[in-house]
Design a protein. Structure first.
Length: 363
């Protein structure tokens, strides 16, 4: 089958399949406003639907409108994002909401140029937001769509190379129909997420099975072309020491991390490259017991490296109020009375560690 014939059949086959087997009752599908779709699209970046659903529901309950999101402090936004990862997404959501409030009168824009200009939104995400919420015709090219197109049309180049990306955008444009845009857009994303998966694609159930080049050539496992991944032995590993500094009331000292780097903008235990540096920080800034309790090492994996966290627990001899604080950069977090503490964003492993301390685990 030639290229024109495949591109002509692509959308009708996909839309028919979606009517039979697609996902129709996800929370963001029940009221498809641009704002609600935007939140879901950002949360779904590099994150599975099953993980996103409870976060989305809590987020929308707290921030039902773009104005409520813009008016909220960033710490509360990060608090609701804790555990979802890739925290730059949350910071960009908040920044974009402020732009919408201040420059668009609190109404989410509905032109491609205005949406694509918002922080954290690129060409594909802008197209998906408008196609899903308004039915406007805009091709999309997220990771799922790239995989589908690469396999169906046998696109065999480096997925990061400009020529490959340009070729995929050309195919995305050719395959995007003139009607049923919301259905088509949801369908092509669903196909990549549920059937045309990275490993073990369910080709026998796929609506593209009769004209998929990768299936015909038995190349499903080769496409899209993959970058060589480092094995565990080759992965970079880093070890850090984090002092847990508790005052006489049980509150824990936290610092806000820089906006750049891992856990950007979140509140965290102080971080040091050596145990001696962590101890020196405590001695120089606080009055603590001489004894130090070394807790179990926490292992946490990022995309490109593994992190080992060695917590060291110190107990202060004076109250927290005895030390002058920088409120934008430091705070005392009460473990046993979370409702009395500010709603803040915490890195997932630090949140788990603090919860374990509160319950007496690892003591």
């Amino acid at each position: 089958m030639d290229l024109d014939a495949i591109t002509t059949q692509f959308a009708p086959e996909l839309i028919a399949w979606h009517a039979r087997a697609g996902r129709h009752d996800l929370p963001w599908q029940r009221e498809r406003t641009a704002y609600r779709v935007w939140i879901s699209e950002i949360m779904l970046q590099q994150t599975q639907v099953s993980t996103v659903v409870p976060y989305y529901q809590r987020f929308m309950q707290r921030f039902p409108s773009v104005r409520s999101l813009a008016d909220a402090p960033i710490d509360e936004v990060l608090h609701l994002w804790t555990g979802l990862g890739y925290y730059a997404r949350a910071r960009n959501l908040h920044r974009a909401a402020i732009v919408v409030r201040d420059e668009h009168g609190g109404e989410f824009p509905l032109t491609f140029e205005a949406v694509a200009a918002l922080p954290g939104i690129g060409r594909s995400t802008a197209g998906a937001i408008l196609a899903l919420s308004t039915g406007a015709r805009h091709p999309i090219l997220d990771g799922n769509v790239k995989r589908v197109l690469s396999r169906v049309f046998l696109i065999d180049g480096d997925p990061a190379a400009k020529k490959t990306v340009d070729d995929l955008w050309t195919l995305a444009e050719a395959c995007t129909p003139q009607h049923d845009l919301a259905t088509y857009t949801q369908a092509v994303m669903d196909l990549g997420a549920t059937l045309c998966t990275r490993s073990k694609p369910a080709c026998v159930l796929c609506p593209m099975t009769d004209f998929c080049g990768a299936r015909t050539m038995h190349r499903q496992s080769e496409l899209p072309a993959k970058k060589r991944r480092k094995n565990r032995a080759e992965r970079r590993s880093r070890r850090i020491w984090m002092p847990i500094i508790r005052d006489s009331c049980g509150a824990v000292y936290l610092e806000r991390r820089p906006t750049r780097g891992i856990w950007g903008g979140l509140w965290c235990l102080p971080e040091f490259e050596t145990a001696s540096a962590a101890s020196a920080f405590v001695r120089n800034h606080f009055t603590a017991n001489e004894s130090v309790l070394e807790l179990c090492v926490i292992e946490h994996s990022f995309t490109h490296f593994d992190l080992q966290i060695q917590p060291l627990e110190f107990t202060l001899l004076t109250s927290a109020a005895a030390r002058v604080m920088e409120p934008e950069r430091e705070l005392w977090y009460k473990l046993s009375h979370e409702s009395a503490s500010p709603r803040i964003g915490l890195p997932a492993p630090i949140k788990l560690l603090l919860e374990a301390l509160d319950s007496g685990i690892d003591r």
